[in-house]
Design a protein around this ligand. Sequence first.
Ligand SMILES: O=C(CO)COP(=O)(O)O
Length: 151
Amino acid sequence: MTIKAKMPLSKTIALVAHDNKKKDMLEWVMYNKGSLSKHKICATGTTGGLIEEALNIKVNCFKSGPYGGDQQIGAGIANGEIDILIFFWDPLTQLPHDPDVKALLRIAAVWNIPVACDRASADFIISSDLIHREYERDVPNLSGHMNRLKK
Ligand SMILES: O=C(CO)COP(=O)(O)O
């Protein structure tokens, strides 16, 4: 059971990159600076600091990923405060906070937000017509869930 949530004109985009992917992320944000500047940007700590420096824009920086930043972004998604996740995670390195990485990807799928895990998909999202307009997306209907449990 789902209900509709409004995707606002100005989206809140979360940017996250693992260390081996930070160069990719910086190149991507520099290339897309024009589009990104129309939206609110948040990020895990180190990624966000690098983006602020590179683009000279304000980034709402959470804690560094391994210190809870992934979980803070996950909470933002569950609270309806984050509309899009661009997460260049590293598929070739074991990380101590792997459970947090999985949890972030999971909660993004639960809340049906657009997620890009590499530059090719990030390009699709940023060049989509939907990035420039309001639209509705399905989100879980929690009251339906509570009612089912009561039966
Ligand atoms: O580890 C991360 C995501 O899992 C990213 O965190 P930082 O941006 O702080 O490096």
